[in-house]
Design a protein around this ligand. Structure first.
Ligand SMILES: NC(=O)c1ccc[n+]([C@@H]2O[C@H](COP(=O)([O-])OP(=O)(O)OC[C@H]3O[C@@H](n4cnc5c(N)ncnc54)[C@H](OP(=O)(O)O)[C@@H]3O)[C@@H](O)[C@H]2O)c1
Length: 234
């Protein structure tokens, strides 16, 4: 089984590897990929493929797709978790158009371009999955100064909705996990936050289960993750 992560999202990465998946991770930054390889125990390192590439560029995404296929063969599951964790640059009147471009480029354009390039690898197979990780920041202003985060996250939510409605019959399992709280490593946990490893386990379980499609899984709290892992629904 091959899983492709469009992100350095370590939680999903470790959990999918632990479940015995073969995982490929794409990043623009080779030093981050090297660091990631260093985290993985030698016994399972062969299950990891790392590729440097910018999946927000149509040309580069095609190049990295061909490199991926050459190195791993078939891809069965794709997790798209692109963007950035946090943005609090200030209220709109203090911002530049350049900043808004960057936000939209990172949260929307890369999500669109990578979907367009990689979705054909899984589109026609009911045993394949394509999962978007998105944020509830798109539905409201989280706090003063986070407006562009809301704009960017909302554009990703809208894009996922468009895909569900434009392709209602597509055989591939097309799902979205919408996280409405913070995600953190154990040392930085706050009340209500998700432990990144628990989130990874939930996402890996969804990918493995393959029994839902065109579904949004809202995750509001750690207990929602338990539901998705243990009971199979939210
Ligand atoms: N973290 C949270 O607390 C939280 C909470 C709720 C929802 N979310 C959602 O989770 C999703 C991912 O956020 P995150 O917290 O995991 O952010 P993150 O740690 O910054 O990861 C995002 C990844 O996207 C990659 N990326 C962005 N543009 C790319 C491109 N053009 N080509 C290749 N890789 C690209 C980055 O890789 P490189 O920079 O290495 O290339 C980075 O590793 C977002 O949709 C966010 O809304 C996060």
């Amino acid at each position: 089984l091959n899983s492709l992560l469009h992100s350095f999202e370590t939680s999903q990465f470790f959990q999918t590897l632990a479940k015995g998946f073969k995982v490929a991770v794409i990043s623009r930054d080779n030093s981050r990929l090297e660091k990631l390889r260093g985290f993985v125990s030698p016994s399972i390192r062969d299950n990891l493929t790392t590729l440097v590439g910018n999946v927000g560029s149509e040309e580069e995404a095609e190049v990295v797709k061909h490199a991926l296929l050459k190195s791993v063969g078939k891809v069965t599951d794709i997790v798209s978790s692109l963007g950035f964790s946090w943005w609090q640059g200030g209220p709109p009147h203090t911002q530049t158009l350049k900043e808004l471009h960057w936000v939209i480029e990172t949260l929307l354009f890369s999500t669109f371009v990578s979907w367009k390039v990689f979705f054909p690898l899984v589109r026609d197979d009911p045993n394949c999955t394509y999962t978007f990780i998105t944020g509830g920041a798109g539905e409201k202003l989280l706090m003063p100064g986070t407006g562009f985060l809301t704009v960017g996250a909302a554009s990703t939510l809208a894009f996922c909705q468009v895909l569900r409605e434009e392709y209602p019959e597509v055989p591939c399992k097309l799902n979205q996990v919408k996280i409405n709280t913070g995600v953190a490593i154990p040392e930085r946990m706050a009340p209500g936050y998700l432990n990144h490893l628990d989130l990874g386990e939930a996402v890996a379980t969804l990918v493995e289960r393959k029994n839902t499609t065109h579904t949004v899984f809202p995750v509001n709290s750690p207990s929602d993750l338990k539901n998705v892992i243990l009971e199979g629904n939210l």
